[in-house]
Design a protein around this ligand. Structure first.
Ligand SMILES: Cc1cc2nc3c(=O)[nH]c(=O)nc-3n(C[C@H](O)[C@H](O)[C@H](O)COP(=O)(O)OP(=O)(O)OC[C@H]3O[C@@H](n4cnc5c(N)ncnc54)[C@H](O)[C@@H]3O)c2cc1C
Length: 451
């Protein structure tokens, strides 16, 4: 039997996990797979690199997983790196605000929804009447009170207003949650996607748990996948940018690389991001039933790595078991302790966060962002300003995710189209999830079922 050739364009998580899932089920070794990645390295938006000055690996941004990331865990198990996850037993987040007061959201190990109800009941940041309103929201969502037509017409912000959520609940609960999951403010999040995520997150005993890598992103997600794939004969081609997909009579026959080489194939899987997808086609060959993926709008994440010459005392920052802390009332949203001398700070949705100058965080110069970060750390953590600072490094990822508003539903494409042998994976495709690792890997898992 002649083996079929699958070309995968893009070696981010969607491309790599497509190959992993297909090869994992390919008992009869029917498929030859080649992954064409434009960049010299694999990983896409999930990558780490070594910095000589600091003698350490940097991630492009702290990645957090949640207990409901089912396909992600399958992927990590298959490539053999799930032991490199730091998994919370139950959700526990410590918050601190600019007055230095701390608040703990701690879910007990009982069945849902009692686990989250109990946690909110004990959450000391909000008043009793607000707690009742907040628990009411989670209850209403589970009884499907809102129909899709309504949810697709309003933002999460409008839904929360309708559900009488006070400024205080938003500040101490919804805003941190929404920025962390959607990388955008509530006004820019579709109520439909918001409700879907609440259902995923709060439906089980462990679905709301947070999980972080024990190591850098490459060692968890990328290097073990490359080993798994090369052991199974997958041809990995970094530095191979695809210029164009050639299709005729509803069928892709080949792709053209940047050096004009044509590569033939039986099937093609695109794993490129939304801003690159449409460019792969000649205008007249763009699949008729595909939407205008380039109309999705990007949202950025800014990461700030702070290095000290001396250890940050463990008692200075009220960390949870994952070594993280949420900040309230500041531009910085999360602090992670990467080592005793290295803190990593996160500002999600940094295009939407304005400074006194009127500029957004994303537009601001890196030196100003560093100063702001140090000022905010000093406001929240007593004595941190007295520690000797080695240096600060700012990484802006301008197209970290897409903005998950109601418009976004118009531009996310399905896995298959009217070109019979073309499949589309990626965090931006029609998975119903926001742009996350789980969306990228779910899209790949869904495609693997076609093979
Ligand atoms: C700073 C940051 C923090 C994040 N935090 C989280 C988090 O905490 N939790 C979470 O779940 N998600 C998080 N995300 C989102 C997550 O990283 C992405 O959703 C996921 O990595 C997307 O994977 P992908 O494979 O769909 O796309 P990508 O990673 O963008 O991969 C696409 C690949 O295609 C390649 N490519 C593009 N054009 C071509 C071409 N013409 N030819 C060949 N190759 C091409 C690119 O080089 C790239 O390698 C974060 C993202 C960032 C940037």
């Amino acid at each position: 039997m002649k083996r079929k050739r699958i070309l995968i364009i893009g070696g981010g998580l969607a491309g790599l996990s497509s190959a992993v899932f297909i090869k994992n089920a390919d008992d009869e070794n029917q498929y030859d797979i080649t992954i064409l990645e434009a960049s010299p390295k694999f990983g896409g938006r999930t990558y780490s690199y070594f910095d000589k000055n600091y003698d350490t690996f940097f991630d492009n941004g702290q990645h957090i997983l949640a207990g409901w990331y089912k396909n992600t865990f399958n992927y990590l198990k298959t490539i053999g790196s799930s032991n490199l996850l730091n998994v919370q037993e139950n959700l526990e987040i410590n918050f601190i605000d600019i007055s230095g007061e701390t608040f703990v959201l701690k879910v007990p190990g009982v069945i849902a929804p009692f686990n989250i109800i109990f946690a909110l009941w004990k959450y000391n940041a909000i008043r009793l009447t607000d707690k009742i309103k907040l628990i009411h929201v989670l209850r209403l969502i589970n009884v499907e009170k809102f129909n899709d037509e309504y949810l697709l017409s309003v933002s999460a912000d409008i839904l929360l207003t309708r559900l009488k959520q006070s400024e205080c609940i938003r500040k101490y609960f919804w805003n941190p949650f929404i920025y962390a999951v959607f990388n955008s403010p509530a006004t820019k999040v579709s109520a439909k996607m918001f409700v879907e995520i609440l259902k995923h997150g709060f439906s089980g005993r462990k679905t709301s748990n947070l999980i972080i890598p024990k190591t850098d992103l490459n060692k968890l997600f990328i290097d073990p996948a490359l080993t798994y794939l090369s052991n199974r004969g997958v041809d990995l081609k970094p530095g191979s940018r695809v210029k164009r997909i050639v299709s005729e009579n509803g069928y892709v026959s080949s792709v053209i690389l940047e050096n004009d080489e044509a590569v033939e194939c039986d099937f093609i899987i695109s794993g490129v991001p939304f801003f690159s997808f449409k460019r792969l086609f000649d205008e007249k060959e763009y699949p008729g039933n595909f939407k205008d993926s380039d109309m999705l709008r990007a949202s950025s994440i800014t990461s700030i790595h702070v290095f000290f010459n001396e250890p940050v005392p463990e008692t200075m920052i009220p960390l949870n078991s994952l070594g993280m802390n949420g900040l309230i009332g500041t531009k910085i949203q999360w602090v992670f302790r990467r080592s005793n001398v290295h803190l990593s700070l996160i500002i999600s949705g940094s295009d939407f966060i304005k400074l006194d100058s009127g500029d957004t965080i994303t537009a601001e110069e890196k030196a100003h962002i560093s100063n702001l970060a140090m000022k905010e750390l000093a406001l929240c953590f007593d004595g941190i300003e007295k520690l000797s600072l080695k240096g600060v490094k700012v990484i802006k990822e301008k197209r970290a995710t897409f903005i998950p508003d109601n418009e976004s539903y118009k531009y996310r494409v399905d896995a298959s189209c009217n070109i019979g042998n073309l499949y589309v994976a990626g965090d931006w495709t029609n998975t119903g999830l926001p742009a996350t690792i789980e969306s990228a890997i779910t899209s790949a898992y869904n495609i693997s079922k076609f093979f």
